[in-house]
Design a protein. Structure first.
Ligand SMILES: NC(=O)c1ccc[n+]([C@@H]2O[C@H](COP(=O)([O-])OP(=O)(O)OC[C@H]3O[C@@H](n4cnc5c(N)ncnc54)[C@H](OP(=O)(O)O)[C@@H]3O)[C@@H](O)[C@H]2O)c1
Length: 338
């Protein structure tokens, strides 16, 4: 399988490392023989139709700051030019999330579809803004769109719901989908500190961005709710359909008061009749009352009842493992149509 990798930051580099480490096992166990023919970052591209030397590309990225410095380097090529001119079965899109207009990821994904390439992405922006349209475009183009790393990183939340609960009907979903806000709320509760102090600690430890709005204002959770509602429940919704409230107004006193009654507060995303993100009081015994940076999602199904999956919701290697899972699934889907 020929792969174009667009974005070579934390997730892109982790994917390259996993492919290097696991190649013999991937061929043996899945008949999956990935060949990365192009890698693109902001400095340009590296292209080799026989397959790039990923070890060289990884070390050059560290030393020179861009993959375009390699012997296969093409500093003149943009991501769009690579997607349009290089032949491949799949484009992996791992550029930064942008929920204003979805760019540059949205154009990369559309261009991949137009040129007959399937897409694996961990970029929530294009999906939150346009998942129903992108799903239609992928079907129309006869290609696949996979994004299991967008929700729960390596924890297979989307796959559990889609594959393991096949045969049942999921009625509603609620979950802790953002590790940063969960860390902040846990710290406020356990250390009796304010939101601002807990946020500062989270930033110092690298759990929160310098601009924490995506996390603390509930936008990241809302993006994940949109992705789950489309993929799992077949709803045709986008970010504007979600009612969103973040955690800025949750106080230490709110958490202390809840704690006295055996309860706690978590930022939950809900998919029911409506789509909602809000700080919510739950029992301390609720499986969603996870601590620190964990994520947890409870599915309520018609016959199975409630089931909860818990796991780490971020991390380069974990997210890259979800990309690999998607690539193997695409390989299997492509083989079954031959
Ligand atoms: N990290 C995680 O744990 C995690 C978990 C789940 C989902 N995600 C999502 O996965 C995506 C990637 O995350 P990340 O942590 O790998 O981000 P990152 O470290 O910031 O890397 C982003 C990469 O995209 C490249 N890029 C930006 N604009 C570009 C353009 N116009 N053309 C080509 N390349 C471009 C950057 O190039 P330069 O290297 O030249 O700057 C960089 O290599 C994001 O959407 C993120 O929200 C991340």
């Amino acid at each position: 399988m020929r792969i174009i990798l667009v974005g070579f930051g934390v997730v892109g580099q982790s994917l390259a490392r996993i492919l290097l480490q696991r190649r013999p096992e991937l061929v043996r166990s899945y008949g999956f023989n990935p060949k990365v023919v192009a890698v693109v970052d902001k400095g340009g591209a590296a292209v080799n139709m026989r397959g790039l030397d990923l070890e060289e590309i990884l070390s050059l990225k560290v030393k020179e700051g861009t993959v375009a410095a390699s012997r296969d380097g093409r500093p003149d090529l943009s991501a769009l030019e690579v997607i349009e001119s290089v032949e491949a079965e799949v484009m992996v899109e791992v550029t930064p999330t942008n929920i204003k207009d979805g760019e540059p990821g949205l154009s990369h994904i559309k261009s991949a579809f137009r040129t007959g390439k399937s897409v694996v992405t961990t970029n929530k922006g294009p999906l939150a803004l346009a998942l129903p349209a992108l799903t239609e475009l992928a079907e129309y183009s006869g290609v696949q769109l996979r994004f299991s790393g967008t929700v729960g990183a390596g924890t297979p939340i989307l796959d559990l719901a889609k594959k393991c609960l096949l045969g049942d009907r999921i009625i509603s979903i609620r979950g802790v989908l953002n590790g940063t806000t969960n860390y902040i709320l846990t710290e406020m509760e356990e250390k009796h500190i304010s939101f601002h102090q807990a946020l500062k600690d989270a930033q110092r430890l690298g759990y929160a961005e310098a601009n924490p709005s995506m996390d603390v204002d509930g936008l990241d959770t809302a993006c994940k709710i949109v992705i789950m509602a489309n993929w799992i429940m077949g709803r045709k919704v986008t970010l504007k359909d979600v009612k969103i409230e973040g955690i800025r107004n949750v106080t230490r006193e709110d958490l202390e008061e809840a704690s006295r009654r055996g309860r706690t507060i978590r930022l939950l995303g809900f998919i029911d009749k409506d789509l909602k993100v809000a700080p919510t009081e739950i029992s301390k015994g609720d499986p969603l009352a996870v601590k620190g940076v964990l994520n947890a999602v409870t599915f309520t199904s018609e016959f199975t009842g409630e089931e909860t999956i818990i796991g780490r919701g971020a991390g380069g290697m974990a997210t890259a493992s979800a990309v690999l899972r998607d690539l193997i699934n695409i390989k299997e889907a492509l083989s079954s149509t031959l």
